[in-house]
Ligand binder design. Structure first.
Ligand code: ADP
Ligand code: MG
Length: 570
């Protein structure tokens, strides 16, 4: 009958009405029809190889665009795999909608195929977890799922879809309406608190702005830039805050990170939490007397670990616009003195640290160290590329060696420290570039261990011909890899059950894998080889390429001033 519609189509129509553009997933019983329906309604469906990577991919779209993508999974085990991406998105404060098929309602409790208490299971991983009460109400639930994912602090929504609902037909006239969830209303900070904040920064002798990925997510780059450039305060991005202002900005003090954190007397904290990434804001890594001005959309985040001097609750862009307006009201332009002792201290430290890194970049002895490898890679990074970065040292060192010039252009292990996100992120970024920024490339740089978690997604990347270049910085293991003698012999047989648990196969030829899917694989041991192969890869960007860079398992990070740095992985 013409006025009847199947559950799968009700769902697809509701998602389309919410502006959902992408659905990542793996089909099976009972959600095959859902993927077909999504395609029929103009939602782009990306078939992945593991739900874990699918959930990471969907969450990356949420972060890059501010609107959620969907991860579609089958019941039971499929959903369990996707919990990884839900947790990661929830901890990162990124929007994501997971839709899980589930067993038929009339079989509940009978031990149905893949039956599991899915709504309850997802609740701790979500802001909102629900099963539509009936097919006709699906549009209501989808709008609510979208709203919860992007309003307030962004996060995850889970919608459970019973198998019988997928194929059930209902009368169109009985559907709840598809009301598009508007972008989040912008919230402003208390104007009195804005005045207090501006008063406070006037007296700062050692001010510092920390730019977090919340500022990136909020698309606050213009207002943040205006604030930093008009005050001429030094700033420091967090790993994914990189690019809100370009890394080569003359006010960026990343190379003097430790010094800046340790001595700053007033810190303006923009969309970054004082969690492990920022050493909890506590001594000895922070000045015990530091006055924090925190800007965040989440009121519960205020005063966490450190009591703020001023709390500014609101949308980053709106609040920074308030701050700029308040600055404009002050007679005589306020600007922090570039000749101040603080700037001198920071500049000295920047130069000193840059020299130390330069020495390692110049050390081209083989097997290569990380810095030498990165110094070669740097030459081939387009300024507008999206960087995917993960691994232990590979990622940590990339923070300093791989510059970002644009906001939301770095995707890494994030607040949850999740290894294995890389290829899912690369798929998402690749598909987004292909659709919205033709010519833009994704450069994924992973450790060999990190690559292993979702290595099969290279098939997905090749299948969709995504504009992705993959690089593996291969040291034969986790952290420092295998011992020197094992590595030197390059014999897999040398690894035994008594080898270090950090050891993986030495000099594994991961580039061979991509050839199975029509991609191009290269293996480099020297800087000249990196240069040669990246030149080749750059010439023919139509085909996906993987460059496997074999480096020394003994290579590690620059010696740090604080030994707890290495212990805490920061
Ligand atoms: P980082 O990893 O860069 O330190 P975090 O993930 O720790 O960043 O912190 C990001 C913060 O940004 C979260 O506390 C989150 O509530 C906040 N946030 C998210 N969206 C907005 C927004 N639109 N305006 C202000 N703050 C936001
Ligand atoms: Mg490794």
């Amino acid at each position: 009958m013409a006025d009847e519609i199947e559950g799968a189509n009700v769902l697809a129509q509701a998602l389309k009405a919410q502006g959902v553009e992408y659905m990542f997933g793996i089909v099976g019983i009972p959600v095959i029809e859902v993927a077909y329906a999504a395609q029929a309604h103009g939602i782009k469906y990306i078939g992945m190889r593991n739900e874990q990577a699918a959930s990471y991919a969907a969450s990356a779209i949420g972060y890059m665009t501010g609107r959620p993508a969907v991860c579609l999974v089958v019941s039971g085990p499929g959903l369990i795999h996707a919990l990884a991406g839900m947790a990661n998105a929830q901890v990162n404060c990124w929007p994501l909608i997971v839709i899980g098929g589930s067993s038929e309602q009339h079989q509940e409790g009978m031990g149905a195929f893949q039956e599991y208490p899915q709504v309850e299971l997802c609740r701790p991983y979500c802001k909102y977890s629900a099963r539509p009460s009936k097919v006709e109400r699906i549009p209501f639930y989808i709008e609510k799922a979208v709203r919860h994912s992007i309003y307030g602090r962004p996060g995850v929504s889970y919608i459970d879809l019973a198998g019988d609902m997928v194929t059930q037909k209902v009368n169109v006239a009985n559907l709840s309406p598809n009301v598009k969830c508007l972008d989040p209303p912008k919230t402003l900070a208390d104007p009195d608190k804005i005045k207090e904040a501006i008063d406070l920064i006037h007296y700062a002798e050692k001010p510092l702005v920390i730019v977090g990925k919340g500022a990136a997510y909020a698309k606050a780059e213009n207002s943040v830039k205006r604030f930093i450039e008009s005050t001429r305060f030094p700033f420091l991005p967090t790993p994914m805050g990189k690019g809100v202002l370009p890394d080569d900005h003359n006010l960026c003090v990343s190379p003097a990170r430790s010094k800046a954190l340790q001595e700053a007397d007033v810190i303006l904290l923009l969309g970054a939490r004082l969690n492990w990434i920022l050493h909890f804001g506590l001594p000895p890594r922070f000045n015990p007397k530091v006055k924090v001005i925190q800007v965040d959309i989440c009121v519960e985040e205020m005063n966490n670990n450190v009591q703020n001097a001023v709390s500014l609750v609101g949308d980053m862009d709106a609040v920074m616009t308030q701050m700029n307006d308040q600055l404009d009201k002050i007679p005589g332009h306020f600007q922090f003195n570039p000749k101040s002792p603080w700037w001198r201290t920071l500049n000295n430290k920047v130069q000193q640290n840059q020299k130390a890194v330069q020495a390692m970049m110049d050390d081209k002895s083989e097997p290569l160290n990380y810095y030498a490898a990165y110094s070669e890679i740097q030459k081939f990074l387009p300024k507008d590329c999206i960087i995917v970065s993960e691994g232990a040292n590979t990622m940590d060192i990339s923070r300093t060696m791989v510059p970002n010039y644009l906001p939301r252009h770095r995707l890494d292990a994030g607040s949850f420290g999740t290894m294995g996100v890389g290829l899912g992120f690369a798929v998402a970024a690749g598909i987004w570039c292909k659709d919205h920024a033709p010519g833009k490339r994704v450069i994924s740089i992973q450790g060999d261990s990190a690559f292993g978690f979702s290595g099969m997604e290279i098939e997905t990347i090749c299948r969709y011909k995504l504009p992705v270049t993959l690089m593996i910085i291969n040291n034969g293991g986790i952290y420092a890899g295998v011992p020197e003698d094992v590595w030197k012999s390059l014999q897999a047989e040398d690894l035994t059950l008594m080898s270090p648990p950090t050891a993986l196969m030495a000099a594994a030829r991961y580039e061979k894998m991509i050839e199975a899917f029509g991609g191009r694989g290269f293996c480099a041991r020297k800087c000249e080889e990196i240069n040669k192969y990246l030149t080749e890869i750059t010439k023919d960007e139509e085909r996906v390429a993987l460059l496997n860079i074999l480096i020394s398992p003994m290579s590690s990070r620059k010696t740090q001033d604080f030994d707890w740095l290495t212990k805490s992985k920061m």
